[in-house]
Design a protein around this ligand. Sequence first.
Ligand code: CU
Length: 206
Amino acid sequence: MTAAEPPGAAAGGAGGELAGSRPQAGPVYHVGGRLLGTKTTELVKESLPLHDPAPGTVKRAGRRLALAVLPLLVAGCARVTIDVTAFQWSWQFDYEGSDRQVIGGPGHVPEMVVPVGVPIHIKLRSADVVHSFYVPRALFKRQAIPGTTNEFDMNFQRVGLYHGQCAQYCGVAHSDMLFRVKVVSQDEFERFLTSGRGGAPTGGGT
Ligand SMILES: [Cu+2]
């Protein structure tokens, strides 16, 4: 299995559009494609006077800093948490804080719908044997291990469709364990979340 996919398999160019979590690193929050931490540091530099502030300057600078940083903090907090369960032989996606659920099965490739540019916190579990959550275009893979919750963050920077699959042989129908990550606008994601329960067919056939 390779990380390469056929051209045109997903919208957007290869690379750079996704920031997956890194092992042993904290959550990575991107705002407008830039690290929140970096942006905040720049804002601090821009907002604070360097020498001998005049009376009131520090107070005004503090207010400017608060106004500038607040939206970034709000954006960083507005993450989506998805419980991803791998099972023989498909995937289930449950959206925390919502009753939205997508379940795959024979002949139905499930889609994990996510909003663009928002941190996606994933809690990955297995209902039976070891599977592996693999999104080739993101060069991202994590194992789903029975009895363990594997948590990580992803952040898709471009709208599009990303092929996903199980990357750990898990039985006779392992090759049926396909899924898609559908990255949509935040408005479309809101509509998806409120559009009902029960694994409505968001994807096509195998
Ligand atoms: Cu498998």
